[in-house]
Design a protein around this ligand. Structure first.
Ligand code: DX5
Ligand code: ZN
Length: 216
């Protein structure tokens, strides 16, 4: 059985002390660091870009899981790869040409991932299983931390778990949005193996305890 991985999202960290906040969750038992990049166009919020990823890189050796909520993603892939991303995830809704974007990311020596918004059906990944290393199911509409987990997405997680099993490829199935100890259990029971959590880690005083509470 694969171990459930926990990836704290720094979107809910103290932005004035981002380096320390990355070090703190690394020390507290995180498996990956999740970095949410927003453009104020694909999602109605702005966060940060490649210079911040680069500045944080010396603060942890954990894989940097870079979630691009930008449209188009194409012109920025190289900059995020150079900044130190280990995984680059693009939205299937943002385009252009998801398969091509994933191919380009892989050629840069970075693990490619594909992300699905709540309104997108599981079949959207059916022709990407040969090229993607990560499938991320959004369990909130992207743009903000601290939203409520959408239980309606559990069927999609189950369906994609079946698709991954049939593909016989080593693909991680992540969930992002509204993850807390209760919803973590629902997501893992449905087939998720990687949990992204912003507010349920960074809004707690004891990060190690918060991360441990998410391990199902
Ligand atoms: C939302 C981001 C998430 C966000 C999750 O657009 O992709 O990674 O930080 O925050 P929580 O865990 O608070 O829902
Ligand atoms: Zn995210």
């Amino acid at each position: 059985l694969t171990r459930t991985l926990i990836a704290p999202s720094i979107l809910s960290a103290d932005f004035a002390r981002l380096g320390e906040e990355v070090q703190a969750v690394d020390k507290a038992g995180a498996d990956w660091i999740h970095l949410d990049v927003m453009d104020g166009h694909f999602v109605p919020n702005l966060s940060f870009g490649p210079p911040v990823v680069k500045a944080l890189r010396p603060h942890s050796t954990l894989p940097f899981d870079v979630h691009l909520m930008i449209e188009p993603a194409d012109p920025y892939l190289e900059a995020f790869a150079k900044a130190g991303a280990d995984h680059i995830l693009v939205h299937v809704e943002a385009g252009p040409h998801a398969h091509y974007l994933l191919q380009r990311i892989r050629k840069m020596g970075v693990k490619p991932g594909i992300v699905l918004c709540p309104a997108t059906p599981p079949e959207a990944v059916s022709e990407l299983l040969d090229i993607t290393d990560i499938i991320l199911v959004m369990t909130v509409n992207p743009g903000f931390g601290g939203q409520e987990f959408l239980q309606s997405q559990l069927g999609k997680i189950r369906r994609i778990r079946d698709m991954i099993t049939h593909s016989e490829r080593d693909i991680r199935l992540s969930v992002d949005g509204g993850i807390n100890p209760e919803t973590a259990r629902l997501a893992v029971n449905a087939g998720a193996d990687t949990l992204i959590a912003g507010s349920s880690v960074y809004n707690q005083s004891d990060y190690a305890k918060a991360i441990a509470a998410l391990r199902v």
